[in-house]
Ligand binder design. Structure first.
Ligand SMILES: Cc1ncc(COP(=O)(O)O)c(C=O)c1O
Length: 385
């Protein structure tokens, strides 16, 4: 157990929620109060000094040149698409097994999401499915413009394979890293794995604010300056001219102050999440379908620990009766959402996404979950299965 995380003890009779944000708040409350008070004192609620400080810490953490604090993960993706000039008539390849925002942002800029199936073992975009999806998009008269891998549940997508497949069609990657800030792949952190990376600081994410927030990470000077304009009404610096169409897309100073506090313990929290994932894997191996474990090359941020199990709904109900919080991320693959089902060509092969959505079950996860609680989760799951 990591020493830095002083734990609030839990007993066998307490419910075990899917996420327990309260314990982290208790640990950090004093520091967070102090930082918020400082923002109230200086009064720079929009793009105050904490935003710039956080941006430079995030860039250093991820090993990239630019980090831009923005209003949410969804807005980060929209601003990345806008900065790349993607719009009407264009297609963006997205996995079919992810949160709905991944496809919704593409439609928000006037383009069309084209669904790509995922890999059974990692739940992430299957690089082999990119070629057929590009051909399908072209046959529909669309211009493929980008591939948008998602690091589902915190595990980085196979960026090397996806890049090779995307490069073959001249397509850049836009990483939807909403769930994976802090993860590592082949020695590089999320943020340095794609030309532009979009992160969410939604409260339940590995690095979570006390409200909405996000960041864009990139090494590209032009993309960074475009995003900085877009997040402030298209303006350049303090200028009053709109240089391009923009939005109100900034990270609040108070959220930046909170995130600075959380970033100071983030590495220890990532290690603790990895310990819990390893404990779950050791107890559940051979009994249920497990998410891919960390290895030399890849370290997940373990936003969620998501297994697959037959009769998932019955198992979930039995765990719920023992007050163990679980969730169905994601119960419906994107192509079956009413908002997207009209966008299909009929040529898609999305069998793995279909199967996973029927079998996945996310277990309690977080840096303040105790070993004892993780064992109770496993006991309940093993009994219910
Ligand atoms: C894969 C994915 N993309 C995008 C988003 C959107 O992020 P936000 O809620 O910060 O707008 C989320 C949030 O849950 C997500 O999980």
């Amino acid at each position: 157990m990591t020493a830095i995380l002083a734990r609030v003890p839990a007993t066998e009779t307490q419910p075990i929620p899917l996420f327990d944000l309260k314990r982290q708040q208790t640990r950090l409350r004093h520091d967070i109060d102090r930082r918020i008070a400082r923002v109230l004192d200086h009064g720079q609620f929009v793009l105050g000094p904490e935003v710039a400080e956080l941006e430079s810490e995030l860039a250093a953490f991820a090993g990239v040149k630019h980090s831009i604090g923005v209003s949410s993960g969804r807005d980060a993706l929209i601003m990345a698409l806008m900065a790349m000039g993607i719009g009407a008539g264009d297609a963006v390849l997205v996995p079919a097994f992810t949160f709905s925002a991944t496809a919704a942002v593409v439609i928000s800029v006037g383009a069309t999401p084209v669904f790509v199936d995922v890999d059974e073992a990692t739940y992430n975009m299957d690089a082999d499915a990119i070629g057929p999806a590009v051909a399908d998009a072209k046959s529909r008269g669309l211009t493929p413009r980008a591939v948008m891998p998602v690091d589902l549940f915190g595990r980085p997508a196979d960026y090397a394979a996806i890049k090779a497949a995307a490069d073959a069609h001249g397509l850049p990657m836009i990483a939807d890293a909403a769930q994976s800030f802090g993860a590592v792949s082949n020695g590089a952190r999320v943020g340095a794995l794609a030309p532009i990376t979009c992160v969410s600081f939604y409260p339940t994410k590995p690095l979570g604010a006390f409200g909405d927030g996000g960041a864009i990470l990139t090494d590209d000077d032009d993309l960074a300056s475009a995003v900085r304009q877009i997040r402030t009404h298209g303006r350049q610096g303090d200028g009053d001219e709109a240089m391009r169409i923009g939005m109100t897309g900034r990270l609040d100073t108070i959220q930046a102050a909170i995130l600075l506090s959380k970033l100071s313990v983030f590495k220890a929290e990532l290690n603790r999440r990895a310990e819990i994932a390893a404990l779950y894997a050791s107890r559940l191996k051979g009994l249920v379908g497990l998410p891919q474990a960390d290895d030399e090359a890849t370290r997940s941020a373990w936003a969620l620990y998501t297994i697959t199990v037959p009769e998932r709904d019955r198992v979930r109900e039995a765990m719920g009766a023992r007050e163990i919080g679980t969730a169905l991320f994601y119960r419906i693959p994107l192509h079956r959402h009413p908002a997207f089902s009209g966008l299909l060509s009929g040529n898609e092969r999305l069998d793995v996404s279909e199967r996973l959505s029927n079998e996945v079950l996310s277990l309690p996860m977080g840096p303040d979950l105790t070993d004892e609680e993780a064992h109770l989760v496993c006991d309940a799951l093993i009994e219910a299965r």
